[in-house]
Ligand binder design. Structure first.
Ligand code: NAD
Ligand code: IPM
Ligand code: MN
Length: 346
């Protein structure tokens, strides 16, 4: 039996609730492929921080480097100062493991409800840069708490970092039917970074002559995501714009409970990490109503990354069938997990 070593980091809030369902589905699909997952469980998150002050110990990070993939739930808790776990755990993982492609597909499945008029064909993927931009912590504040406070977060964009993610986005566009790439930035204002991104797209484009490209300022991109989402195929954008656009993209394709993501190192020098786009949802944590679909679809991205594309397609098909059959009655996290499992096995 082929065994995959999977690190499981359920994290905070609804993280453990949705990861439990995702693991059940992952186990079932692997079993039917004659394979299995061997989990390494990590209790990282709010409880660990309160107990020991640790967010991501170096020893854990070194262990994680040895696994085949990481499955993460969500991090962040109201009892922990905002940013401690988000930066110290989640972003540290993305940065240390060089997850420069934050892959966030958006597809409007039949049966999913969109707030948009009509039933637009929505099927695009956001390739969000994952290791640079305003996220790197290049900043600081002086005179904190005074009327003269100055607080800076300086976005870092390197030619190396932009080029590798842009090239990956082109390659993904080339593998898709429509072969269209949209760069989203704000180069009418953020002229330094924005022009680097635009020049990079122009420079890489000749390597992918069958891929068409266009450009949108991020504010206009939010308009089109709502009024004409079918115009998008692959979007490449920086870390912060990608974060914001993908919550909006989730909202128009069935909701945040369905949106999956992969933090990918395409060079495979480190394990990639798969997680829902959503957070720990403290407002519903513990009530058993979180939708585990995003976490389940994240395992499809994980399977795909491990080369198990047939298994990935089966998970996606099971989710699609479940969505198509969903009635108006609310279902619990467990019920959704069990329904997807039944579709998978049925
Ligand atoms: P959130 O995504 O946790 O929640 C936003 C809204 O969506 C809430 O009303 C929540 O109930 C709802 N929601 C989220 N996931 C859902 C699901 N699976 N099913 C049904 N409803 C769902 O975002 P937030 O409230 O801005 O952040 C809460 C905490 O999570 C913060 O600490 C934040 O830093 C953290 N966060 C972590 C991640 C991550 O781990 N990748 C992502 C986003 C936010
Ligand atoms: C996400 C989250 C994270 C991000 C936070 C929690 C650091 O919002 O995964 O979308 O901004 O990337
Ligand atoms: Mn986000």
């Amino acid at each position: 039996t082929q065994t995959y070593r999977i690190a499981s980091i359920p994290g905070d809030g609804i993280g453990p609730e949705v990861v439990a369902e995702a693991r059940t589905v992952l186990d079932a699909v692997l079993a039917s492929e004659g394979a299995r997952a061997d989990y390494a469980d990590y209790d990282l998150g709010a409880r660990r921080w309160h107990a020991t002050g640790e967010t991501l110990p170096d020893s854990v990070l070194e262990e994680l480097r040895g696994v085949d993939a990481i499955l993460l739930g969500a991090v962040g808790d109201p009892s922990v100062p905002s940013g401690v776990l988000e930066r110290g755990l989640l972003l540290r993982l993305r940065f240390e493991l060089d997850h420069y492609v934050n892959l966030r597909p958006s597809k409007l499945f039949a049966g999913a409800t969109t707030p948009l008029a009509g039933s637009p064909q929505i099927d695009f993927v956001v390739v969000r840069e994952g290791t640079e931009g305003p996220y790197v912590g290049n900043g600081g504040a002086i005179r904190v708490g005074t009327p003269h406070e100055v607080a800076n977060e300086v976005s870092v964009n390197t030619a190396y970092g932009v080029e590798r993610v842009v090239r990956d986005a082109f390659a993904r566009a080339q593998r898709r039917e429509r072969k269209h790439l949209t760069l989203v930035h704000k180069n009418n204002v953020l002229v330094h970074a924005g022009h680097l991104w635009a020049r990079t797209v122009a420079a890489v484009a000749p390597e992918f002559p069958d891929v068409t490209t266009d450009y949108l300022h991020v504010d206009a991109a939010t308009i089109f995501l709502v009024t004409k989402p079918e115009r998008f195929d692959v979007i490449v954008t920086d870390n912060l714009f990608g974060d914001i656009l993908t919550d909006l993209a989730a909202a128009v394709t069935g909701g945040i409970g369905l949106a999956a993501s992969g933090n990918v190192n395409p060079d495979r020098t480190t394990p990639s990490m798969f997680e829902p786009v959503h957070g720990s949802a403290p407002d519903i944590a513990g009530t058993g109503v979180a939708d585990p679909t995003a976490a389940i679809l994240s395992t499809a991205l994980l399977l795909d990354h491990l080369g198990l594309s047939a298994a990935a397609a089966r998970v996606e098909a099971a989710v699609e069938a479940d969505l198509a059959a969903r009635g108006p009655a609310p279902r619990s996290t467990r019920e959704v997990g069990e329904a997807v499992l039944a579709r998978l096995q049925g």
